[in-house]
Write a protein that binds this ligand. Structure first.
Ligand code: NAD
Length: 364
């Protein structure tokens, strides 16, 4: 396998600050030259315990090079909680963190969301830097400034918009990523490609992106997907309009996650959602060739999971989605590939038909 020689940097200009994304392979050991670490009085890093176990040497050396204190975090949706955040507020105080300190989050989306939330609330907000280590966190969760924790009533209910100072994406972390987590990230990459990321769409068609192949082709794909997400969130930081296109596949996806009480991965749920919402798009006028193309691309990247469900229950769960207004189910549909339309109301009958179609193609 060829070593990764490509690298890139992206600067995002938001309302109140700029965020810099640096992306490459094997860049973590250069951390001290990537962030201006001497500007903060104390640096603390919340590190996923799994990542710390798998990559301890490199994480320790990189954190030592900037004088950062590691605090391990048992990353899980259960621990991405408001109650658990309080423990970290106390640990930040014990480590003498002030308004001028830096918090880092090293791990998947659970860890970056959690660290981001802690940073957004501690002393009314301190700077945060992310080092995402899953494919999903690299192309999606770490970009855009949404930070949140879960409460009993639901996921990501308590949170803020709090943009990171830096996002350092070292794709070498992906050497240890399990296949199931790889597919979650691929689902978001395909989603970006279908709602407007034509550069990544072309790369996906080359079929050079394969699990376990951490090379320049993968770098190019991640880089263009990151650039796409960055361009969308930069234009609509607070999700007032354009950013909603990123919810393609998520109306159905969230309902599936909720129906299965989060025992099904977000990636699998969104993958089902993308096909179901493409079927609805087809019935609402998207060209048949585009639908066939979407079905092919989902199949190529193993994104048609064999899940069985009761369509009526999925529709009932959609009614409770926090993004639905006044009980009306709204979708991001595709007029054609790359042309999303947001906020479209669809009849229950068509949603049921689309869900039943999914069950027939996966033989359930
Ligand atoms: P995750 O953080 O739970 O990571 C998945 C698993 O992979 C975990 O067990 C983790 O320990 C492990 N892991 C992480 N890096 C690894 C590596 N390099 N090698 C081996 N194992 C590794 O899940 P995720 O899919 O990264 O993120 C999901 C979370 O992201 C959800 O909580 C979701 O709400 C959030 N999210 C946030 C946004 C946002 O805009 N803030 C967007 C999408 C998702």
């Amino acid at each position: 396998m060829d070593p990764i020689t490509n690298s890139d940097a992206i600067i995002l200009q938001f309302d109140a600050k700029k965020s810099t994304i640096v992306i490459g392979g094997g860049i973590l050991p250069s951390l001290s030259s990537l962030i201006p670490y001497s500007q903060w009085d104390v640096i603390v890093a919340i590190v996923s315990n799994t990542v710390y176990t798998l990559h301890k040497d490199i994480v320790d050396r990189s954190l030592a090079s900037i004088g950062a204190i590691p605090l391990t975090y048992h990353d899980s949706e259960q621990n991405k909680s408001y109650a658990y955040a309080e423990e970290y507020f106390n640990q930040l105080l014990e480590n003498h963190c002030t308004r001028n300190s830096l918090l880092m989050g090293i791990g998947g989306g659970v860890t970056t969301d959690f660290a981001g939330y802690v940073a957004s609330a501690y002393m009314r907000g301190v700077d945060v830097v992310y080092i995402p280590t899953t494919l999903l966190a690299m192309v999606d969760a770490s970009i855009g400034g949404k930070v949140a924790v879960n409460v009993k009533a639901g996921k990501n209910i308590v949170g803020h918009f709090h943009q990171p100072e830096y996002i350092i994406i070292d794709i070498d972390f992906l050497h240890t990523l399990p296949l199931s987590e790889w597919r979650c990230g691929m689902a978001e990459i395909v989603k970006h490609a279908l709602v407007g990321d034509s550069t990544t769409l072309k790369l996906l068609l080359n079929k050079e992106i394969r699990y376990g192949h951490i090379d320049n082709s993968l770098f190019n794909c991640i880089n263009s997907s990151v650039r796409f997400k960055a361009s969308v969130v930069e234009k609509d930081e607070y999700e007032k309009s354009l950013r909603a296109i990123l919810n393609y596949g998520h109306t159905v996806g969230h309902a599936i996650e909720s129906l299965f009480e989060y025992t099904i991965s977000h990636g699998d749920a969104v993958s089902v959602g993308m096909l179901v919402e493409s079927y609805i798009s087809l019935k609402e006028g998207m060209p048949g060739a585009d639908f066939d193309f979407i079905r092919d691309i989902l199949s190529t990247y193993s994104l048609l999971p064999q899940i069985s469900f009761d369509p009526r229950q999925i529709v009932n769960h959609m009614m409770y989605d926090k993004k639905n207004i006044k009980g009306k189910i709204r979708f991001v549909l595709l007029e054609s590939i790359g042309k999303p339309i947001v906020g479209r109301e669809v009849s229950d009958a068509l949603v049921m038909e689309a869900l039943n179609f999914y069950l027939t193609i996966v033989g359930r």
